[in-house]
Design a protein around this ligand. Sequence first.
Ligand SMILES: [Zn+2]
Length: 95
Amino acid sequence: MAAEQNIWSENKKICRICLHIDPRALDMFKSYYEERDTLYCDMLAYCSKVMVNMKDGLPPYLCRNCIAHLIDAYEFNLECEETEKNFHWLLTILD
Ligand SMILES: [Zn+2]
């Protein structure tokens, strides 16, 4: 079977993260976090050590619950980086 062939049912979408079946799950390679205009697959790669690839043969779906966790984790990471940047900038002007 070719790796790119989708063996994961559109009707029984199994979540790549928690293994739950959620008919409302989204394909992480096609769905965006609109506020940041960022694909969920890129957010997952950014927030975890999981390497996701459209052709890895694993389920492409994320359930709604895991998407909510992913958005929290992504926003938390961005906030950490932004604050770090701001502190470094502050140090340069206080020097
Ligand atoms: Zn899930």
